[in-house]
Write a protein that binds this ligand. Structure first.
Ligand code: LHQ
Length: 264
């Protein structure tokens, strides 16, 4: 598939998805949402892809839903009621990202607003440029936080802070987002690509299957009892124990050398 609104670049096991509507701070229109969904599906199916970076072109990461009526290519569903619109694309993107058994890193280069913030929250790690910012902008236009923000944000920052951010729409600096635990790291803007690239090279050489199991285990644990989480860990550990990367990890340890993980 050729994409119009995102860039899809594969390099040495790393897929970089760049949201590419810089004039609108990479607002999500119909085309972009379907392209993102397709890109994450490709990322899941392609065994050469071991990690995914999501970032934005220009000075924004993603400003959420495209609010400029009539500007969208009328490809499909922009006239749907909001509930159906969410079910048709946004919700599927978020579920696809959480179910994707590979690490997804948000390289948050600029403002992440509304569903754009949700998109960042649905990634596994967030590295922010010092010029990034975050806003639960929904309330400013009289909408409920969506695309997973109500589920993801309280889990990251606790209910007290999440409610404050959702009720006020206050725009957080990257440093505030770091202090609250929304991002993993804040780096100078000009170093963001290099620092993210170092990290993703590590992930491109990691025991990928096990990373998929870790995502599954943590998301499961957040919704279930300790007893159920222990059972899930046991199931997933059995699978992890059968990977060649586990055998390689143990062999490398015993031979006092660096492991060579293949993601199998
Ligand atoms: C934009 C946008 C944008 C279009 C900036 N659209 N053009 C789901 C389902 C159903 C319904 C709707 O919603 C959803 C999910 C959602 O995401 S709802 C929340 C939607 N997003 C927002 O409400 C955020 C709107 N944007 C803003 O509040 C600001 O632009 C932020 C805080 C993101 C950035 O502020 P600034 O850095 O001051 O930039 P700016 O406002 O000057 O924007 C730059 C340009 O980008 C500007 O265009 P222009 O032609 O004047 O230069 C904006 O109109 C355009 N833009 N966001 N979402």
């Amino acid at each position: 598939m050729t994409y119009e609104t995102i860039l899809y670049e594969k390099n040495r096991g790393v897929l970089t998805i760049t949201l590419n509507r810089p004039d609108k701070l990479n607002a999500l229109n119909d085309t972009m949402r379907y392209e993102l969904l397709d890109a994450f599906q490709q990322a899941q199916a392609d065994p050469d892809i071991r990690t995914i970076v999501v970032t934005g072109a220009g000075r924004g990461f993603c400003s959420g839903a495209d609010l400029v009526a009539g500007s969208e290519p009328m490809t499909s569903d922009s006239s749907l009621p909001f509930g159906d619109l969410l079910r048709a694309t946004y919700n599927r993107i978020i579920l696809q990202m959480r179910a994707l058994p590979k690490p997804i890193i948000a390289a948050v280069n600029g403002v992440a607003a509304g569903a754009g913030m949700s998109l960042a929250l649905a990634c596994d790690l967030r590295i922010a440029s010092d010029s990034a910012s975050f806003t639960q902008a929904f309330i400013k236009i009289g909408l409920v936080p969506d695309s997973g923000s109500t589920w993801l944000l309280p889990r990251l920052v606790g209910v007290t802070r999440a409610m404050e951010l959702m009720l006020t729409g206050r725009r957080l600096s990257a440093q505030e987002a770091l202090d609250l635990g929304i991002v993993n790291q804040v780096v100078p803007a000009d170093q963001l690509p290099n620092i993210v690239s170092q990290l993703t090279q590590e992930f491109a050489n990691a025991p990928t299957r096990t990373i998929g199991y870790i995502k599954q285990a943590v998301d499961f644990a957040l919704e279930n009892t300790l007893a159920d989480a222990l059972e899930k860990e046991a199931d997933l550990q059995e699978l992890a124990g059968k990977t060649s990367d586990h055998l390689e990890g143990v062999a490398a340890f015993l031979q006092k050398r660096q492991p060579h993980f293949t993601g199998r």
